[in-house]
Design a protein around this ligand. Structure first.
Ligand code: ARG
Length: 402
């Protein structure tokens, strides 16, 4: 009886080599699985390549809608950005890919699943831990972590095995893309002092090349989820794609981040996430209108924790579920429209409105129609400052000091 392994297959160097290697080293028949979570080029070519390399079956699943509805938008509702910079595109994709791998493995009666992550990155953690959460007894094989070849050696191995390879010495980058963002690593980027060369970028224009007129984008939200652009209702993947195109044209969404990996090292990462940057900013602006000060302060803490959980491979954890329930509750009134101005690499929020707005013109205005009771202010200040006054009398904290 032959044994099967389901391999998460991207068509790139490592996973292509892995098809041959799993057969050679483990005598396993490989079922290649490719998830389409956006921006996967030539899916049918990837499928064919897997078969040409000896996979017994090649499965492609369009998971864009699931990715957006169940991973990207919940993270958007949470305002999850890792270390204040990275919108977590890759980190959000991994748990979904792991989930689909597990499902296919169970359907196909496979004895193991496999992925192309190296032993140095975060992705191996996300894949392994997600599989462990969903199928605690399923074996995970990570060929690129086991074979211990350098990039050069992997290329040589691929050449020897007649595996067509997408990277050449002229393009030294390691790239991961899905519809929430693009990440670029390696080559000249490994020196954090080097400005990213022009060919790092594929989704966003350099500011020098952006239009001289701004574009405006009105984003409608319902319950914290973006539902339309400029008055046109759109499903998630399409909405993200349209935002991406317009923001990318204006050079919005380039991120240069020296990031703290889970495995203990710092790495220099370049991201392009035009849609994520615009939608995260717009979402936060709307929250600013409909959530109280206390809700906003608490949500900031949840956002940081939520981002860490996603980054650290703990999507399928009890705490992530708990926080998701909090976030869902916080979004009940995050309904309305935000206007963003895209110009010369910037996304500026220039307008927001909501039927659930807490902004009260008659309380805020300095013009006619002011209903704010200024005679209540001295009493409030008297009580607010009372502990300070008592402490000053009793402890002379500030004598001779600033
Ligand atoms: N640093 C990012 C993360 O840990 C992206 C990693 C994948 N990027 C790549 N070029 N292979 O989520």
């Amino acid at each position: 009886m032959s044994h099967k392994v389901v391999l998460a297959y991207s068509g790139g160097l490592d996973t292509s080599v892995a098809i041959k290697w799993l057969k050679e080293k483990y005598s396993l028949d490989v079922i290649a699985f490719t998830a389409d979570i956006g921006n996967v080029p030539e899916l049918s070519a990837i499928r064919q390549k897997a078969l040409d390399l000896g996979a017994i079956k090649a499965v492609v699943i369009d998971a864009k809608e699931t990715f957006v509805d169940s991973y990207v938008f919940p993270a958007l509702q949470a305002d999850a950005i890792y270390e204040g910079q990275y919108p977590l595109a890759t980190a959000l994709g991994r748990p979904l890919i792991a989930k689909l791998l597990v499902e296919i493995a169970s359907k196909e009666g496979a004895v193991a699943v496999a992925h192309g992550c190296t032993g140095k990155g975060n992705d191996q953690v996300r894949m392994d831990v997600s599989v462990a959460a969903l199928a605690p007894n399923l074996k995970v094989i990570a060929p690129a972590r086991e074979w211990n070849m350098t990039r050069e050696q992997t290329i040589t191995y691929a050449q020897d095995q007649h595996i067509p390879i997408p990277i050449t010495k002229a393009s030294p980058y390691s790239i991961d893309e899905n519809l929430w963002g693009r990440s670029i690593e390696c080559g000249p980027l490994e020196d954090p002092w080097n400005e990213p060369p022009k060919d790092t970028f594929a989704w966003t224009r350099a500011v020098e090349d952006t239009p001289n007129e701004p574009s405006y984008l009105e984003i409608e939200f319902a319950g914290g989820v973006p539902t339309g652009l400029n008055g046109e209702p759109l499903a998630g993947p399409r909405l993200i794609q349209k935002t991406h195109e317009l923001a990318g044209k204006h050079g919005v969404g380039r991120i240069d981040h020296v990031e703290n990996r889970l495995v203990g090292i710092k790495s220099r990462e370049i991201y392009e996430a035009p849609a994520a940057i615009v939608l995260l900013k717009a979402h936060k602006a709307l929250e600013g209108l409909v959530l109280t000060k206390q809700q906003l302060r608490f949500k900031d803490k949840v956002a940081a924790e939520y981002a860490d959980l996603i980054y650290n491979g703990l999507w399928f954890s009890g705490l992530r579920q708990d926080l998701a329930a909090y976030v869902a509750s916080s979004q009940r009134y995050v309904t309305g429209t935000v206007r963003a101005k895209l110009f010369k690499g910037n996304c500026q929020i220039v307008g927001r409105k909501s039927p659930c707005s807490l902004y009260d013109y008659s309380l805020a205005t300095y013009d006619q129609g002011d209903v704010f009771d200024q005679t209540a202010a001295p009493g409030f200040i008297h009580l607010w400052g009372l502990p300070v006054k008592i402490q000053a009398r009793a402890q002379s904290l500030f004598r001779g000091q600033d």
